[in-house]
Design a protein around this ligand. Structure first.
Ligand SMILES: O=C(O)CCC(=O)C(=O)O
Ligand SMILES: [Fe+2]
Length: 256
């Protein structure tokens, strides 16, 4: 049987990429990480995280989102630290080791597969009326100028993202063909922004895909994207993993 090829132009949503049991495990690992990470930094938060671990299913997920909301409200510095460090738990590696992920990476990177460098994944949070943690339009390729090729993998946890204005991601249709000059913006406890010097919305159609728990969105370095507006009163939580390579002669080389 012929192997399924992974072809991507800009971005692609892979439905049901990760089994629910693995995602459940991942979500619990995150709360367990917060419980331990906050033990010395914020006892109250730590104790709360521990108590949430006794909940199951939808109750657990909602309580987990509320916990993150509380941390962000009470201690912005701690929240930013958690966003950057919470992937020190091992279940993120199980996503790399997933067979489907390996096939995709091999197909996408071809001969550069052996030189993939993975950037430390981060947690992303999009809450109504909270702009500090959102991304404006940007291209990941501008954050990694030394890497000629990049594949980025974004997936929501704890709740589904129901398309437009639900706090997910927005992609510019066909907006992956060149790198644009940008303006850099740095704000406290916020991600660095590299905003392209073009009017993205005027030049491209915006697409806000539905992305359920377990669905993964893949996008390439130059693909223009941003955080969507958030009208849902329940915040959105997601992770992103970045795979990069700096071999110059990379082309699309599918596996035999
Ligand atoms: O999750 C978001 O709001 C934006 C994510 C993003 O820009 C990325 O994952 O590269
Ligand atoms: Fe991004």
């Amino acid at each position: 049987m012929k192997k399924k090829k992974f072809k991507i132009k800009g971005f692609l949503v892979k439905k049901r990429f990760l089994e629910k049991s693995k995602l459940n495990y991942f979500e619990r690992n995150l709360i367990n990480f917060i419980y331990k990470f906050c033990m010395k930094k914020n006892k109250k938060i730590s104790t709360k995280a521990k108590s949430i671990l006794s909940l199951k299913g939808a109750k657990f997920r909602l309580a987990a989102i509320k916990l993150l909301e509380l941390i962000e409200k009470k201690d912005k510095d701690l929240f930013y630290k958690i966003s950057k460090n919470c992937t020190d738990f091992f279940s993120i590696d199980q996503i790399d080791n997933n067979k489907k992920m390996q096939v995709i990476l091999k197909n996408f990177f071809g001969p550069s597969f052996d030189s993939i460098q993975r950037r430390k994944p981060i947690m992303l949070f999009n809450k109504k009326n909270l702009d500090r943690l959102k991304y404006f339009w940007h291209q990941e390729s501008q954050f990694y100028p030394d890497h000629k090729i990049g594949l980025h993998v974004w997936f929501p946890i704890l709740r589904d993202v129901k398309g437009k204005s639900d706090g997910g991601m927005v992609f510019a249709k066909n907006g992956y063909k060149k790198n644009y000059k940008f303006t850099q913006i740095n704000l406290k406890n916020s991600w660095t922004q590299k905003v392209p010097k073009i009017n993205v919305e005027k030049n491209f159609k915006s697409i806000s895909p539905n992305v359920n728990r377990g669905d993964f969105v893949f996008f390439t370095g130059p693909q223009l994207h941003k955080s969507d507006d958030q009208f849902n009163s329940i915040p959105r939580v997601s992770f992103v993993i970045r795979y990069l390579s700096n071999l110059k002669d990379i082309n699309y080389h599918p596996l035999p």
